[in-house]
Design a protein around this ligand. Structure first.
Ligand SMILES: [Zn+2]
Length: 178
């Protein structure tokens, strides 16, 4: 099936720091992320590259259908066994740990790598992908990172993965005309 994406980047004016992709190519960037981290053009391109990659890979769709399947399975279990809602909550927690986390981790890692290539091919310095995360971590303690990290986990491993892959995309960056 061919993907028909209607790209649209929206900015929400807020002090919160976040960015996310919705199904179909709509991307939301919070102004707090850009302003409070004083993002350079290259750094903003890395955020957009990451979110564009989520949209290209249809991660939100995958995440929604997975969560839906999970709910259906749990409802089935509850109906069959007549267990109380408390037990279902526990089962839900287990399901979250076993299904959702590895999937989110894989999606984030995939979006980082695709985003890195996209930004490099568009003529933005891929090193900026690392500096965004370093800025994010240096604001630790404020409300922003906790929120952003709730949808974008484990900055340390991501920085490592990005650093390991920057040399591979540098030729694209050098060859790109802006
Ligand atoms: Zn992400």
């Amino acid at each position: 099936m061919r993907l028909a994406l209607a790209w649209e980047v929206n900015v929400q004016v807020t002090r919160d720091m976040n960015a996310y992709a919705m199904p179909g190519g709509k991307i939301m960037v919070y102004s707090g992320l850009v302003e409070r981290l004083k993002l350079s053009d290259d750094e903003l391109a890395s955020v957009l590259g990451h979110e564009i990659a989520h949209a290209l890979r249809e991660h939100s769709r995958e995440r929604i259908s997975r969560a839906y399947a999970q709910q259906l399975a749990l409802a089935g279990v509850a109906a069959a066994t007549g267990v109380s809602s408390g037990v279902v909550d526990l089962a839900n927690m287990v399901a979250t740990v076993t299904f959702q986390l590895p999937s989110v981790g894989r999606q984030e890692s995939e979006a980082d790598l695709i985003g890195l290539e996209l930004m490099a091919r568009s003529g933005y310095d891929p090193n900026a992908s690392v500096s965004v995360w370093k800025k994010m971590m240096s604001t630790e303690g404020s409300r922003g990172p906790a929120e952003f990290l709730s949808t974008h986990p484990s900055p340390d491993t991501r920085i490592q993965q990005l650093e390991a892959n920057i040399p591979k995309v540098m030729p694209f960056y050098r060859g790109a005309k802006r």
